[in-house]
Design a protein around this ligand. Structure first.
Ligand code: KG4
Ligand code: ZN
Length: 335
């Protein structure tokens, strides 16, 4: 590599993002064009709307990322791109743009799994020390991922229905909160009390899987029932009760996994990793466990962004992982 400069692309859902990353851990630029406003009136992401926005934004993101980083195509060493999992039409825009840049400028193309990208956001804090465990919580995924070494991933447990972020967004809708509801529910939860005692599904099961749809239904039924009998419920208490239930299960299962399979680092990543309640509870619990260090993805890099794809891409590139012009979007990509 010349200057170890990677141009990275992320377009798996509702953010179009292009970044320039130096040495795998220094952000020269990280341009994120969010489409949230266009999806809000539908209460969630509309795939066709997302694809159209990506097409409109991608070239401007490339231009701005290069301008902010003050680089030319000649300075680049490689191109990294999210090729799954995600929305197929959305992924295709980033994959096509990345392939075009790589082909036109004779640069290697590095395929990156979106969830690996979320995990490798930790590298902007410090290098990952193995074995590591990652709790990846986002709008589309809730997974406990075992990492024996660089670039190797094994899913220990995952959600059997809704992802944690998806549950936040769905319960937020019945409270009249705009998509994505996570940040607002998080703020309200800091002000209320757990007065509703919602169910903690699968908390005592002897596995590392999660389930949030029962919690979501219990929440929505509670609100609808109160509405029918004209009873006013305290929204902050509802938020706290929901969030406590989510955090209890996420933290209980993670701590159990850590005790059974000790690791050097626990990485908290994904959009829901920005949750203040979750960050502080995990901090307290992991503090009591000697030998494991908690690495929380930087707050600004929890949501979808291309910087994290560049961080993962740098590692994969060093591991010799490369794609060619036949690279395709893989919406159901697994580790
Ligand atoms: O990782 P991400 O940007 O996109 C996916 O790959 O899904 O995650 C977005 C999700 C949304 O569901 C959003 O409501 C949730 O992350 N989220 C939060 C918080 N900030 C974002 N959930 C709970 N607390 C937050 N502070
Ligand atoms: Zn994501």
């Amino acid at each position: 590599m010349k200057q170890n400069l990677i141009m990275s692309f992320e377009s798996s859902c509702d953010e179009t993002s292009v970044a320039i990353i130096k040495n795998g851990n220094k952000i020269l630029s990280n341009v994120v064009a969010t489409q949230i406003k266009s999806h809000q009136r539908f209460g969630g992401v509309v795939p066709e709307v997302a694809s159209r926005h990506h097409i409109e934004e991608i070239t401007f993101c490339i231009r701005d990322a290069m301008k902010q980083a003050n680089v030319t195509y000649d300075d680049l060493d490689a191109v990294a791109v999210t090729y799954g999992p995600g929305l197929v039409g959305a992924l295709l825009i980033g994959v096509t743009a990345a392939k075009t840049v790589a082909w036109a400028h004779h640069l290697p193309l590095i395929p990156v799994n979106h969830l690996a990208g979320h995990i490798y956001a930790a590298r902007f804090i410090k290098p990952i020390v193995f074995p590591a465990l990652a709790l990846v919580v986002s709008g589309g995924h809730t997974e406990l991922v075992w990492m024996p070494k660089e670039g190797e991933f094994k899913i220990m447990g995952e959600t059997r229905d809704d992802a944690a972020g998806e549950a936040y967004d769905k319960i937020g809708r019945v409270l009249g909160i705009n998509y994505p509801a996570g940040p607002d529910v998080d703020k309200m939860a800091a002000k209320g009390h757990d007065t509703f005692h919602f169910p903690r599904a699968m908390d005592n099961d002897d596995n590392y899987d999660f389930s949030f749809s029962g919690l979501k239904s219990a929440f929505i039924n509670t609100v609808h029932h109160a509405h029918q009998v004209h009873k006013k419920l305290n929204h902050d208490d509802l938020a706290t009760s929901f969030q406590d239930a989510v955090i209890d299960v996420l933290v209980d299962k993670t701590m159990r996994a850590l005790k059974k399979h000790p690791v050097k680092q626990l990485i908290l990543a994904g959009g829901v990793a920005a949750n203040h309640g979750l960050r502080s509870r995990l901090e307290k619990q992991v503090d009591q466990l000697s030998g494991t260090e908690l690495i929380k993805a930087p707050l600004k890099l929890c949501g979808d962004n291309a910087a994290m794809i560049g961080a993962a891409g740098y590692i994969f590139y060093k591991e010799g992982i490369k794609a060619d012009a036949s690279l395709n979007a893989d919406p159901g990509l697994e580790f």
